[in-house]
Design a protein around this ligand. Structure first.
Ligand code: GCO
Length: 464
């Protein structure tokens, strides 16, 4: 009798918990057959752009942690990049930037988000390379000449080797070096550049580098992953405050860039799938969102990670929320003391070449999540890896539709930058992932606009 009661109560609690999760965290799905994606409106002054990052496009980034990673002979580090590919000269954007600016112009966008390669500007601690500073200055001038607004990212995954050797962002005391770099480049360019992104995707940097071990430094230490994440968030705040107090600081728009990914349970009736989704979400999205909103981080998962932090000046210290969005994940619990879930897909999913399903509803959901910070949102990245170019136009149309719907419902989204201008070095995936609006032939460095990108050009033209 007692046993029956016990089993009955557990079953009841299980059912109630599942119903609660199910209703509280619905997985949004729209009936695309009955949606007219042509019905889109964008606010006046909405900015259209495209994005790249230094290590992925410039070439010859031989003084950063990724270069070491790509060329590492350490057996334990391999295989880290698919088929041992190396970034090498990448798209040779360093030398071809003028041609590339013409390409940017041709698409009709008005904003170009690119990153400064810290390891080139400050190759040794405290020593700045004047030629490199001049190079970026020329890039900025060329953009402005073509009426394209430069949007600079100060940190996009790569560190100078000297900084990594000191422990990089694992150590809070190292943040000072990054702040100094940022102040130097801001003083150089801020009279011409008004839009600044501090840190790109702190959660991706930490999770990939310190939990999955797929990015440098290839560690697998969850606690260190959240410490590093916290330090990157603190870096954002410190850079934000430092730049705001410099000349041109007040007039500049300075924000952080965060990737949002939803974690939906693979089996909606399975409590373990729900639990791993909630934990993963709390770490991947929750830490940064809570830090930006209230300056606090409270994560307590005994035997896994623990982080309780409060900052007095972090809350709302950002002028915009840069949102990078690609897709959601379906997690399935698995018995494993380290990676306690696996990523699953459904037969009905339309996949991109990356292990991401096309899920435009997710961008709508992500905008809702980001809106909680109460700052203007810029979609700083969104795009598809599609080498054969048979899904790109659908992707663009539907994701932009999802964004426009959220704007219609009141979300303060100010811009959309497609990732990426051209095919480039996709980190651990090497050159196989083709995100470009322009296809790049890496043998000849020729660029050509993909058919699937034309829909982007049309949407921009129609919105004017
Ligand atoms: C990231 C970066 C980009 C990627 C892009 C496609 O999200 O990892 O910001 O550098 O190339 O997101 O995966």
């Amino acid at each position: 009798m007692i046993l029956a009661l016990l089993i009955g109560s557990i079953a009841l609690i299980y059912v109630i918990a599942i119903i609660y999760f199910h209703c509280r965290y619905p997985e949004l799905r729209w009936d695309w057959k009955n949606i007219n994606t042509k019905k889109m409106n964008f606010p006046l002054g909405f900015s259209w752009g495209t994005a790249t990052a230094s290590h992925q496009v410039e070439g010859n980034c031989t003084n950063n942690n990724w270069f070491l990673w790509e060329n590492s002979k350490d057996e334990n580090m391999n295989p880290r990049i698919k088929d041992s590919q190396r970034s090498g000269i990448a798209c040779n954007h360093w030398n071809k930037y003028k041609d590339d600016i013409d390409l940017i112009k041709k698409i009709g966008v008005t904003h170009y988000r690119f990153s400064l390669e810290w390891s080139k500007i400050e190759p040794e601690k405290g020593k700045y390379d004047k030629e490199v500073i001049d190079h970026y200055s020329n890039v900025i001038d060329s953009l402005i000449k073509e009426h394209i607004t430069p949007v600079i990212t100060l940190h996009h995954f790569t560190n100078p080797i000297w900084f990594d050797e000191m422990g990089g962002f694992e150590k809070e005391e190292n943040i000072d070096y990054f702040v100094s770099f940022c102040k130097t480049v801001f003083s150089e360019y801020s009279s011409r550049v008004k839009n600044w992104c501090t840190i790109n995707e702190p959660e991706v940097y930490s999770v990939m580098g310190y939990f999955a071990g797929i990015f440098p430094p290839g560690k697998k230490n969850p606690q260190l992953a959240v410490e590093t994440l916290k330090n990157l968030l603190i870096s954002h705040t410190r850079v934000y405050n430092a730049l705001k107090s410099l000349p041109n600081g007040k007039e500049s728009s300075i924000g952080i860039v965060k990737n949002i990914m939803q974690f939906d349970p693979y089996r909606r009736w399975n409590i373990f799938d729900w639990i791993v989704c909630r934990i993963t979400n709390k770490i991947y999205n929750g830490i940064a969102l809570s830090y930006l909103k209230s300056g606090t981080i409270n994560v307590n998962y005994p035997f896994f990670v623990r982080m309780n932090y409060k900052s007095d000046n972090a809350a709302l210290a950002t002028d915009f929320f840069g949102l990078n969005y690609y897709s959601h994940s379906h997690l399935k619990f698995k018995f494993d003391s380290y990676e306690f879930f696996e990523n699953k897909f459904f037969d009905y999913d339309t996949m991109t070449d990356m292990p991401y399903a096309i899920y435009p509803e997710g961008l709508y959901r992500a905008i809702k999540q980001a809106s909680k910070i109460n700052k203007p949102i810029i979609i700083t990245e969104n795009g598809i890896a599609d080498a054969i170019d048979d899904r790109r136009s659908l992707f663009i149309e539907r994701y932009i539709y999802a964004m426009s719907k959220s704007i219609k419902e009141g979300a303060d989204v100010r811009g959309y930058y497609y990732w990426s201008l051209m095919d480039n070095f996709e980190w651990a995936e090497g050159y196989d992932m083709r995100f470009g609006l322009y296809q790049v032939d890496f043998k000849t460095q020729e660029r050509s606009l993909r058919k699937g990108s034309r829909v982007f050009v049309n949407i921009i033209n129609e919105s004017k």
